[in-house]
Each structure stands twice: as C-alpha cells, then as structure tokens.
Design a protein around this ligand. Sequence first.
Ligand code: ZN
Length: 242
Amino acid sequence: MRTLVISDIHANLTALETVLDHAGKVERVWCLGDVVGYGPSPNECIERVRNLPNVTCLLGNHDAAAINQIDIQTFNPEARISIEWLQGVLTEESLNFLTSLPMSKSFDQTTLVHGSPRQPVFEYLLDTQAATDNFDYFDTDFCFVGHTHLPVNFHLSNNDYTARLSIPPMNKVSQLEARTIINPGSVGQPRDRDPRAAYAIFDPSENTWDYRRVEYDIPAVQELMTAAGLPERHVIRLEGGW
Ligand code: ZN
C-alpha cells in the first residue's frame, strides 16, 4: 500500500499542495502532527489534510497548544505570538478536527507519533541517546516520528547498545531495517538548512522508504505571513531552512 508520510506542515498550504502534487497517487496518508502553528493557512491546511484519502493524522505539540491542551508559556515568545494568532483564526470545524487527533496509532508493523514513543507529543529525538532509550517504548518494526523537522533514521540492531543515526538518501528508494525510528522531515518548515519541503513514500509490503525533497514557492508563503502580522523570524527562517 503506497503510503505518503508527511509531518510538520505548520499551516504552510503552498508547501503542502506542492508535496501532494509531487507525491502522485497514494493509497493512504500518514500525517505525524503539527498541521498548524507558524504558518499563515491553518484552516486551509486542516481542510486539505482531513480530506486526503485514507488519512490518519496525529496530534502535535502546536496542535495541542492551539486547543489549549498545553500551556503556551512553555513556548518561546515568538512561538507564543504565533499560537495566539492561530487561536484567533481557527474555525469551530478546525478546532473540532484538532480535538479529535490521537497521540499515537499503530498499523501492522508501524507505530506513529509526533514526538517519540516515550512521550508522543513533546519529546524531541535529536540524538542517538534519546533515540536508544525510546526503543523500549514500542514493539513494532518501525516508529515514524516528526517534531524535530530533521529527516533522520535511528536504527538499533540486536548487536548494538546504541542506536545508529543515518540520513536517508534523498530522492532515492532505500530499504528499511526492522527496529528503526524514522523522521520524514518537515513539509512546511524544514530545519536542516535545506528549505525544500520534505516527505516520504513508505511501502509496507517491501519495507521501502522513498525520502524526497521538493522546491515550493517560499516567497508566496512569506508574503501571506507578513500580511497576517506573523513574527518576522518565522518568515525569514523558511528561506534558510532553519
Ligand atoms: Zn513542528
């Protein structure tokens, strides 16, 4: 089943549409959370995501903040401004959608969360130590995560004490090994200094991972953000990919 794996759209409809176009026909969509936050088109992104074919969407920390499930004091000042703006524009329908999102979900041999299997909404898997500890918290072959906006694989083999970090080959199909935590990167706000939108196509029958990057119209999104009065730092970072 050709599965589109996307994460951290962050209300960037232009990036999302570009990714959906580029991905082509898929039978299923897994969205790993943070549909909203930072970007200028939260309602539009929610509308688009909920109407995707056979879609499962997880709750991200920005999604949770938008519906007041977490204290926004835990965010930095600019993220807070952005969340307050977001809370002011979300429609009833969007709020209902965000409220309905699960924190984790499992399909056959894959677990889906936003942050980590240990702390599904909040933990950042940035290094091999944190990743290694998390292998005790899921028993499927794979765990797909978002949250850091960094495309990365952490694999823990039977012979190793520590997980190994690798960056998947770009625009190329690779084979996944069992017991791997995988991040497809971010659609709407990449942070690995590559500003192109990131996503992946997963094929569970072959255990293949096709990690891709695609250019989208960043100035168009920046214009919308500026017009909405969103923080300048969040506008600028899109073009630098940080
Ligand atoms: Zn995010």
